[in-house]
Design a protein around this ligand. Structure first.
Ligand SMILES: [Zn+2]
Length: 645
C-alpha cells in the first residue's frame, strides 16, 4: 500500500512539472503521518485466519451502498453467494464491527435469525448444508464506522468539497461492511452499486457499468469479475472529474486506464498520469501481462497523502511518478498474487518497491537507477538491526515499516538478482506470477522461495536465514596487495551489524583500478569466511579498489587498504653464472616467491628437485653437461637451459 517518498523524489518533480505539489514534499513528512496513525493502533489484535474461514467459499458479493461524503455514515445491503465447504454448515459467519447495526438478514425464503458475537455476525441458515451446496444471504446494515489503520473509513474535503474514502488494509474491512476478512478466500466476483447525492461520483473496483441520476441521487454501478481479497475492496466518493487513456495490449486488444481526479487538478493530473501506459508496458515485459486486462487499470484521488493499491483502481494522494509506479506494481504483486500472511508483507511491498526501482532502471535512460539504489541503501543501513520478516503482526507500524518491509525487502530481491543472475531471477519472477496455483490467489514465502530455487538450482536456505529472518548487514573491510607477475591478492573481512547473524555468505563484487583509473577490472569474490584471501589475475598494477561499486548489496564499507603497491612488471628471469660449477642465482620481481626447482636431462627425465632459496639454488652433485631447469613460483613456471662445467 502506501509509499513514502525518497529523496530522489525531487528529481521526479523536475521531470513532471505538472505535479500536484507546488514544491517537493519533505520525504519524512509522509512517513511521519503514517507512523503517527499507526501507533494509535498498536494494541490492535493481529489478523489470524478465523477458525470458521474454511467453512464456506465466498463466490459472489453484490453491495448496494448509500453514502454522503459530507456525513460520516454508511448504510448498505450486501448480497453474498457462497458454497458450503463443510459437513452440516448451519451457521454463516461474517466479520462486522460490533458498533454497526444489522437491521435484518434474509435468505431465499425470507428473514433469517442472526446474532452478534463481538465483531462477528452469525446467521442461522434455514437448513444445514452439505459440502458443495450453494446458498445466499442478504444483510441489511448501517452505522457510523470506526476507522483503524491508515483510515479504513474516512471523510475529509478538498477545496471545500467533501470527499469520503475507504482503505481497509490490513484489518479494517469489517469496520464498514459485512465481509469475510480472510487471507485464504477471495470473493470471486463482485458488483458495487453506490448511491450518493447527485453532485458526487464514486470510484471503485472493476468496470463502470452504469451511472444513473434520479431524484437528486446518483447511482454508479461498478462490476468486477476477477477474484479480489477483502482488504482490496474500496470506494471513494467526491465531485470527481474523469478521463481515460487507452493501452494497446499488442494483439489488437485495448484496455482503458481510467482516472478519477479532483476537478481542480484535472490538467495537472492528465500530464502526470500519462506515464502509466509506459509503466504497464514495462511491467508486462518484465513480469507477464497485467492481470486485470479484461477490465481496466485506474487511479482515484483521495485525501490521504500516500497511495493504496485497491484492485484495478489505486487510490492516490498525489499523482507523481514514484507513487504511480509503486501502486501499479501491486496489481501483479499484492493484488493478483496476494500475501497469505501479514508476516510476509515483503511479498507485497518489497516487490512493489523493487518494481519502482526497475522502472528507474529502464525508463529515463536509467539516470535515476543508481540514485534510487543509493537512497534506499542509506535508509536501510541507517539502523543496525531489523528483519524483513515481521515477527509481530499486531504492531501495525512494524508491518508497514518503510525501512524494513519496503526498502530492505526490495533490496533482498536486488541481492537475489545478483546471486542468481538476471536470466534466472526474472524467470523465477515470471514463473511465480504465472503459477496457476497462486495466480488470483494467495502465496506464501515458501512459494516464492521454491520458484527462486527451481529457476536457479541454488539452495537459498542460508540466504533467507541471514537476510530474511536475521537482522542487520555486513560491514566489509579489505586489503589488496600487488604480488607481482600479474597477481593481486585481496583479503576480505566482514563484521556483522547485528548479533543475530555471524556471517553473511555472499558473492561480493569488487572493482580494481590502475593509477589514474585508466584500467579497471571486476571480480566476484565468493565470501565464505572472515579474512578470506583471494588471488586474482590482473593485467595492471592496482592502485585502488572499490567494494560493490554498482550497489548490489546491503552493506556498509569500512576501510580498504592497499599494501606494497609495487609495479607488476613482467621481466625475464636469468640464471647466472651460466655455465656454472653447480650453483646458480636468479632474480624475481619483488613479491614473487619461488616454490620449487627441478633439473631434467636432455631426454626430459627428472633428475633432482628441491626448494630453492629466495634467489639461488645449487645442485653440486650434477655431472658436467647441459640440462633443463624448471623454476616454479606462485605465479608461473620458468624454463631455461643450464650448463654445468
Ligand atoms: Zn505498497
Amino acid at each position: 500500500m502506501k509509499h513514502r517518498l525518497l529523496h530522489i523524489g525531487l528529481f521526479i518533480f523536475l521531470l513532471f512539472p505538472g505535479t500536484l505539489f507546488s514544491q517537493a514534499p519533505d520525504p519524512h513528512f509522509i512517513e511521519k503521518i503514517a507512523l503517527d496513525e499507526a501507533e494509535r493502533w498498536t494494541k490492535k489484535a493481529a489478523f489470524a485466519e478465523a477458525s470458521w474461514s474454511g467453512d464456506y467459499d465466498l463466490t459472489y458479493q453484490r453491495m448496494s451502498w448509500q453514502v454522503d461524503p459530507a456525513v460520516r455514515y454508511i448504510s448498505g445491503v450486501v448480497f453474498s453467494k457462497f458454497t458450503s465447504k463443510t459437513d452440516g454448515l448451519d451457521k454463516l459467519r461474517f466479520d462486522l464491527k460490533s458498533n454497526m447495526v444489522v437491521d435484518s438478514v434474509t435468505g431465499r425464503q425470507g428473514l433469517l435469525p442472526f446474532s452478534r458475537v463481538a465483531d462477528l455476525l452469525e446467521i442461522s441458515l434455514p437448513e444445514s448444508l452439505a459440502p458443495g451446496s450453494i446458498d445466499s444471504v442478504t444483510v441489511f446494515y448501517r452505522g457510523e464506522p470506526v476507522s483503524s489503520g491508515f483510515g479504513s473509513f474516512e471523510t475529509g474535503n478538498h477545496g471545500g468539497v467533501p470527499v469520503m474514502w475507504t482503505l481497509s488494509e490490513p484489518y479494517g474491512a469489517h469496520e464498514w461492511w459485512p465481509c469475510k476478512q480472510s487471507l485464504a478466500d477471495k470473493v470471486d466476483s463482485t458488483d458495487f452499486m453506490v448511491t450518493t447525492p447527485e453532485i458526487y461520483r464514486t470510484a471503485g473496483n472493476g468496470v463502470l457499468v452504469s451511472e444513473i441520476v434520479r431524484k437528486g441521487k446518483r447511482t454508479m454501478h461498478w462490476k468486477h469479475r476477477y477474484p479480489i481479497a477483502t482488504y482490496l475492496v474500496a470506494i471513494a466518493v467526491t465531485n470527481y472529474a474523469d478521463y481515460s487513456d487507452t493501452l494497446d495490449l499488442g494483439d489488437g486488444r485495448k484496455m482503458p486506464v481510467v482516472n478519477f481526479v479532483y476537478p481542480e487538478y484535472l490538467d495537472a493530473a492528465k500530464s502526470n498520469t500519462a506515464v502509466t501506459l509506459d509503466l504497464i508496458g514495462l511491467y508486462n515485459r518484465l513480469f507477464g501481462e497485467y492481470p486485470f486486462s479484461d477490465e481496466k487499470y485506474g487511479h482515484a484521488q483521495f485525501g490521504w497523502r500516500g497511495g493504496m493499491e485497491h484492485q484495478t483502481m489505486s487510490f492516490m494522494g498525489g499523482l507523481y511518478f514514484e507513487l504511480i509506479a509503486h501502486e501499479l506494481a501491486h496489481s501483479w504483486f499484492g493484488n493478483c498474487i496476494t500475501l497469505a500472511s501479514w508476516h510476509d508483507i515483503w511479498l507485497n511491498e518489497g516487490f512493489a518497491t523493487y518494481a519502482t526501482g526497475l522502472s528507474y532502471e529502464h525508463l529515463f535512460d536509467g539516470i535515476y537507477w543508481k540514485p534510487w539504489k543509493s537512497g534506499l541503501l542509506k535508509e536501510i543501513v541507517g539502523k543496525p538491526d531489523g528483519s524483513v520478516y515481521v515477527e509481530d503482526t499486531t504492531r501495525f507500524s512494524r508491518v508497514f515499516d518503510a525501512r524494513l518491509s519496503y526498502y530492505k525487502g526490495s533490496f533482498l530481491l536486488h541481492m537475489l538478482r545478483w546471486i542468481l543472475g538476471d536470466e534466472a531471477f526474472f524467470r523465477a519472477v515470471r514463473n511465480y506470477f504465472n503459477d496457476q496455483t497462486l495466480k488470483y490467489g494467495f502465496a506464501t514465502q515458501a512459494d516464492w522461495v521454491s520458484h527462486l530455487e527451481a529457476a536457479s538450482g541454488i539452495s537459498l536456505d542460508e540466504f533467507f536465514r541471514d537476510w530474511y529472518y536475521g537482522e542487520g548487514f555486513p560491514v566489509y573491510s579489505a586489503t589488496f596487495e600487488n604480488k607481482g607477475g600479474g597477481l593481486l591478492q585481496i583479503g576480505l573481512s566482514q563484521t556483522s551489524s547485528h548479533n543475530s547473524v555471524d556471517f553473511f555468505e555472499m558473492p561480493v563484487p569488487v572493482r580494481v583500478y590502475s593509477k589514474g583509473k585508466k584500467d579497471s577490472a571486476d571480480f566476484r569474490l565468493d565470501h565464505r569466511y572472515d579474512g578470506q584471501l583471494f588471488d586474482v589475475a590482473v593485467s595492471f598494477p592496482v592502485a585502488e579498489m572499490v567494494i560493490d561499486p554498482d550497489l548490489w548489496l546491503i552493506r556498509k564499507i569500512g576501510t580498504i587498504t592497499g599494501v606494497r603497491n609495487i609495479p607488476a612488471v613482467h621481466h625475464d628471469v636469468v640464471f647466472y653464472p651460466n655455465p656454472s660449477g653447480g650453483s646458480w642465482h636468479f632474480s624475481l620481481p619483488e613479491g614473487e616467491i619461488p616454490e620449487k626447482v627441478e633439473i631434467y636431462n636432455d631426454a626430459g627425465t627428472l633428475l633432482e628437485e628441491k626448494i630453492p632459496g629466495r634467489d639461488s639454488f645449487a645442485f653440486p652433485g650434477l655431472p658436467p653437461g647441459i640440462y633443463l631447469v624448471r623454476l616454479t613460483t606462485a605465479l608461473r613456471v620458468i624454463n631455461s637451459r643450464l650448463i654445468r662445467y
